[in-house]
Design a protein around this ligand. Structure first.
Ligand code: MLT
Length: 411
């Protein structure tokens, strides 16, 4: 009989979004006439930018001819895409990142989980709370934690509570940690980290020999000029940080799949004999062994977002979702709800009215308004009493959902 990875048995519930899906399905079955509006998972609704479609058609035609057909590519991605990323997303923001430090992949969800392959199991790992559940769950699966307590917190992890009281910007840990996950613009709170705050983290990482895993999947939603898009805008960050980015939320690739992870050659970890090992080498080894590259057609589509037309089209889609965010933020504020986020992020994070628990508010909202959101407690213990509304939706759905909040929600 095959033994299983018993760490999976420590996981508290199903992964958050399938769990919501299950509950919505049950509600729909019991209420077949309800017209449900989904503002839960942050999944895009608008079609791919025309520049991507054009590039994909062209790439498909290339695949049809022997002379231009492509088989395996370099696992790390085609040079045309890695160079466009290094140029547009880093060099043009003053970040010292070169093309061969960029690893193209099929998603940041996978990369933020897979990165654990190159780290030991005895690291002290910190993360903000609430947090993108993948960071926690993959640490549990890898055997890096103990069991969960009643609040759903796993033994061994260092949680940094992010609440309205600290402006969703938690104090740095008082003890040293080996690894910390940071996400800005933040999923789920919609908060952003300032340059000063990130500089404090970089200084902490240098002083404590800590690796920062920085998720900036939502960087395109930053509207305030002073907020860094990348951690590499902070001097010294390339010695301590790995950054994750994705085309999912910028160019609508949630169903197309393309992302990238930047592992600068100057970030190191410690081997058992105390020697320093560069993480770029390890990630390259992992990536080339367990991954075979993103489809050529998809990489050409991603490249098209770097063209002048592509950039304009991506901007227009991001602006569209941010206009949704503004509608949601303003409507809920007018209703007297306490609302955060939605200014530099496509997520609105609200304090549940009357001290309700997050899942109680989920039930109330689906029952009274037939609207689905995400319970804050699903992102961690400090998310209890909060609720996330996603701005990824059609305008008609956002307007209809807000009309239902105004007229049907009893608060
Ligand atoms: C979310 O709703 O938090 C996101 O869609 C999750 C993801 O990007 O995987």
């Amino acid at each position: 009989m095959a033994n299983i990875n018993s760490n999976y048995l420590k996981l508290k519930a199903g992964y958050l979004f399938p769990e919501i899906g299950r509950r919505v399905k049950a509600f729909a079955a019991a209420n077949p006439s309800a017209k449900i509006i989904r503002c839960g998972i942050g999944d895009v609704t608008e079609p791919l930018p025309p520049a991507c479609i054009e590039a994909m058609h062209k790439a498909v035609d290339e695949m049809a001819k022997r002379e231009t057909f492509k088989g395996y590519c370099d696992e790390q991605g085609y040079d045309f895409l890695r160079e466009a990323i290094a140029r547009d997303d880093y060099k043009s923001f003053g970040c010292d990142i070169v093309a061969d430090e960029v690893f193209v992949s099929d998603g940041s969800k996978c990369d933020t989980g897979n990165i654990l392959d190159i780290f030991g199991h005895d690291n002290v790992t910190a993360m903000t709370d609430p947090v993108y559940p993948v960071y926690v769950d993959t640490n549990v699966m890898a055997g890096n934690t103990g069991a969960a307590n009643d609040r759903g917190e796993y033994g061994g992890l260092v949680y940094l509570p992010s609440t309205a009281e600290n402006n969703f910007t938690p104090a740095l840990p008082t003890r040293r940690v080996d690894i910390v996950y940071l996400c800005s613009p933040n999923n789920p709170t919609g908060a952003v980290f300032t340059r000063d705050y990130l500089a404090r983290w970089v200084a902490y990482a240098k002083a404590n020999d800590t690796v920062i895993l920085y998720d900036s999947a939502y960087y395109a939603y930053i509207t305030e000029a002073a907020i860094p898009r990348s951690i590499y805008e902070v001097p010294g960050a390339r010695d301590v940080a790995i950054e994750f980015r994705s085309y999912s939320k910028t160019a609508g690739f949630t169903g197309t799949r393309c992302a990238y992870t930047v592992v600068p050659k100057s970030v190191t970890g410690k081997a058992a004999d105390g020697s320093r090992v560069d993480l770029h080498r390890l990630w390259n080894r992992r990536h080339t062994t367990k991954f075979n590259g993103v489809a050529y057609v998809v990489q050409r589509a991603a490249e098209a977002t770097h063209s002048p037309e592509g950039k304009k089209q991506v901007r227009a889609t991001v602006d569209f979702y941010m206009a949704n965010a503004k509608i949601i933020r303003e409507t809920l504020t007018k209703m007297g709800l306490k609302v955060y986020g939605g200014v530099n992020a496509p997520y609105i994070w609200l304090k549940t009215p009357g001290g309700m628990k997050s899942w109680e508010f989920f039930d109330k909202l689906i029952n009274e308004c037939n609207v689905v959101g995400t319970p804050g407690s699903g992102f961690g213990a400090s998310g209890e009493g909060y609720f996330r509304i996603s701005a990824f939706n059609s305008r008609a759905n956002v307007e209809e959902a807000m009309e239902r909040f105004r007229t049907k929600l009893k608060i």
